[in-house]
Design a binder for this molecule. Structure first.
Ligand SMILES: [Zn+2]
Length: 255
């Protein structure tokens, strides 16, 4: 497992025990920014500790410039203020050739190391097979055994995958949590611009969902349905609250 970012697991800005701890589990470099970049930036600006775990190298199914792809992930996560970026390096678009255990193990290791309060990951009905497998693996890794630190598991939306799924049972993303990113949308877009420098740019011209214009429109659309100027949508998959109804995380408002 590769570790990168601000000084590794115990270095840099990470101080265990201060603020909320958030783990974002993504299949490919760029998913963390597309799905939760504004939310991550919100948390890091507040002083919470955020780790990002990216399971695949995100490139080898299309080209061999893997290190260039990972450099863009480092830049994007640096922009978002991520404290620790864990690059696992599993094969891009080929997670279905592995045992699910191979996908679960690095996620479990991050949970063991960080002890996160919140885990953010993919929606299980996405078009992309890697996304679906990472979602399944994360649900296993966060199973609510006694003593687990994880209090909340949420699924994010990936423009150009979640929204391209067919309208069949299990594939319809129905968000019920909206995080206000009106103050961090610009940071999210800046982070996404790092992915324009991959060998084959992950940022596409409008009206592709991974264009700057579309990402802005998605944020405004989610804001419009939740009374906010800009928002990121999530589906709450599981929560164990010791603070009464809504008493756990004031950062996330119900829809
Ligand atoms: Zn992806």
């Amino acid at each position: 497992m590769l570790r990168a970012g601000r000084g590794g697991v115990l270095g840099g800005r990470w101080t265990k025990g201060i603020g909320m701890r958030v783990l974002t589990v993504a299949a490919h470099p760029d998913d963390e920014t597309l799905g939760a970049g504004g939310t991550i930036a919100w948390h890091t600006a507040r002083g919470d500790t955020v780790w990002v775990c990216i399971l695949t190298e995100g490139a080898s199914s299309r080209h061999d410039r893997v290190e260039q792809q990972l450099d863009c992930a480092r830049r994007a996560c640096d922009t978002l203020g991520v404290h620790n970026l864990v690059l696992v390096g599993l094969p891009d678009q080929r997670l279905d050739t592995l045992s699910l255990l191979d996908v679960i193990a690095p996620i479990e290791q991050c949970i063991e190391d960080l002890q996160p309060d919140v885990v953010l990951t993919h929606f299980g009905g996405d078009v992309n097979e890697d996304h679906r497998l990472v979602s399944r693996a994360t649900m296993v890794a966060t199973r609510p055994v006694p003593g687990t630190p994880v209090k909340r598991v949420c699924a994010f939306e990936i423009p150009s995958s979640t929204d391209w799924a067919p309208p069949v049972p299990g594939s319809v993303f129905a968000p019920n949590l909206f995080v206000d990113i009106s103050g961090t949308l610009e940071t999210k877009l800046t982070a996404m611009k790092a992915y324009a420098d991959t060998y084959r740019s992950e940022v596409r011209p409008f009206p592709h969902p991974r264009s700057m214009e579309a990402l802005t429109a998605y944020a405004q659309r989610s804001g419009a349905v939740s009374g906010l100027l800009a928002a990121e949508p999530f589906m709450l998959l599981r929560e164990s609250s010791s603070g009464g109804m809504g008493g756990f995380a004031p950062s996330v408002a119900p829809s």
